[in-house]
Design a protein around this ligand. Sequence first.
Ligand SMILES: Nc1ncnc2c1ncn2[C@@H]1O[C@H](COP(=O)(O)OP(=O)(O)O)[C@@H](O)[C@H]1O
Ligand code: SF4
Ligand SMILES: [Mg+2]
Length: 313
Amino acid sequence: MNVLSLRDLRVHFPGAGNPVRAVDGVSFDIVAGETLGLVGESGCGKSTLANAVVGLVAPTGGSVLVRGEEIVGADRTQLRAMRAHVQMVFQDPVTSLNPRMRVGDAVGEPLLVRGIARGQDLRRRVGELLEEVGLRPEHAMRFPHQFSGGQRQRVVIARALALRPELLVCDEPVSALDVSVRAQILNLLVALQARLGMASLFVSHDLAVVRHVCDRVAVMYLGQLAELAPSHALYSTPRHPYTQALLSAVPEPDPVAQRSRARVMLTGEIPSPANPPPGCRFHTRCPIAQAICRSDIPVWREVGESQVACHFA
Ligand SMILES: Nc1ncnc2c1ncn2[C@@H]1O[C@H](COP(=O)(O)OP(=O)(O)O)[C@@H](O)[C@H]1O
Ligand code: SF4
Ligand SMILES: [Mg+2]
């Protein structure tokens, strides 16, 4: 079953001139237990898409189905029911936690607010959640500032797990952390997902991070998908020139794969999402662009194991 289905999702923000088309027609599915990576340069619309999935921004159009139920245009009661199944981990654990709230209260809040647990039972479940993320039950009495960045992100994850969501949306969950603790937090997320059978949408600008975490990867450019493929296919045979360019910047551990990989350098500025180029949105920066790319929008089609939007893939 699909935990999440996006169909032609659009999120446009009103701007001074043209609206900013942050997300401009994205479709994909996430099945139960699967991890889908969403990658692309800063400003391509990853966070806006993630926020739309959890109901934090209202889509301009299209459809967001959570376990088959439409959340676009849903009322508050329906959104609240949906949020039990879809939880989000943000980039910055400092701003995602209330500094004046003991972490045990923060982790237990979703259970308390929904009347699922209280008193002794709540304290026990909070202790279990803290242990699940590698902390100790007695940490419940502490305040966020008494933890390191990595530990704070563990607290945020424990809170997100409290309602046993079927989908965890992680927006750059390790980008704000010290390099030394990133691997620990990534490993924790992978282990929790496997154990709890949870699906996730894993957003990152870093292809090296996504590689080790995701079953499939979607590459986003200027509000649209350029390519969507199983991880092994995306990293071994990237089909879209933009994917090839992003991968050229990532060190390849395997020297054989490194040699066979096309070297594509990205040039030029990212165009404004308020004024995207006609035809293929990538044509202003694409090293192999032809005349057709400036006039015709490439159709989304299957090439091998991948889906790709390029006339020449
Ligand atoms: N609330 C907002 N109002 C207006 N523009 C926004 C808003 N949020 C994001 N944007 C714009 O939408 C585009 C996509 O932003 P974002 O989703 O944050 O990208 P990413 O997470 O990939 O870096 C950017 O041009 C950004 O400036
Ligand atoms: S459609 Fe043309 S411009 Fe777009 S990625 Fe393919 S070759 Fe490049
Ligand atoms: Mg972002």
